[in-house]
Ligand binder design. Sequence first.
Ligand SMILES: [Fe+2]
Length: 311
Amino acid sequence: MQDKPSFTRREVLKMGAVTGAGVALGTLWPFRVASAATRKGSRFRFIHYTDIHVQPELAGARGYAQAIAHMNGQKADFAISGGDLVFDSLKTKRDRCERLWKLYTSLGNDFDMPVYQTLGNHDNLGLSNPDISSSDPDYGKKAFLNRFQQNHTYRSFDHKGWHFVILDSILPQPGGWKPVLDEEQMAWLKSDLAGNKLPVIVTLHVPILTFITQITHGPMTAPGEHLAMNDGKALRELFEASNVKLVLQGHVHIREHFEYNGINYITSGAVCGSWWNGPRLGHPEGYATVDIDGDSFDWKYHTYGWKAVKS
Ligand SMILES: [Fe+2]
């Protein structure tokens, strides 16, 4: 296992097929959501890339570097990661966790835009490994907070007339976690949305709406406690009472789109596809761009030329 990738930037650029003229690879599954009245003056692009699961095995580190090189060709204002940045911080040994976080942060230095980070379940140190002490300075969410120098795992910011909210969908439990907001974060979210007049885009790792288990197991199978937000109904109703327009989700590694009561819920596939083993249920490795134009937005999913390698 290596702390640093053993490939050059030039090699990654070559593999990613990013040219001086821009992004050369495919765009999949684009759609536009338009409102009746378009505001003027708000035009920008941002990236949503989720479920990287960076790891040395299966050339996953090289894959992430290739994805970053491709994303840099998009000329976006900023990127938001969707969580599950490393694979894995929950269960694996302490020294491996350290190496994985070094991989993620060192590769991330190649972004040519600001990156806002979202916490995923796999990013919590030691929650499912009794060998890691809860007194470890990086235990649980502290691994994430320390790496990105944040005081909270959730936050909000404004950009060119839009309000962005990044949620922490992971609640630690004895021996593991469940996807639900704690009381403190829910109170913060209510207050944040109440004090905002701009249209809102929310990101969180675990979906509020997903059909993943109905797809994989049939229509009678519900997502269960780890695949969808346990408090998803409360969140959806809060969003519907606020100015939320778009919710960007991760976790299930496929592309999904739901529109319900005027809010679009989109799952942006996965950078790692099926954990670097190839596409997940036919959904290729990739990331999304969102182009804002007034009150409208276009969401597009982009592949970056990755082909799975054998371990
Ligand atoms: Fe994931």
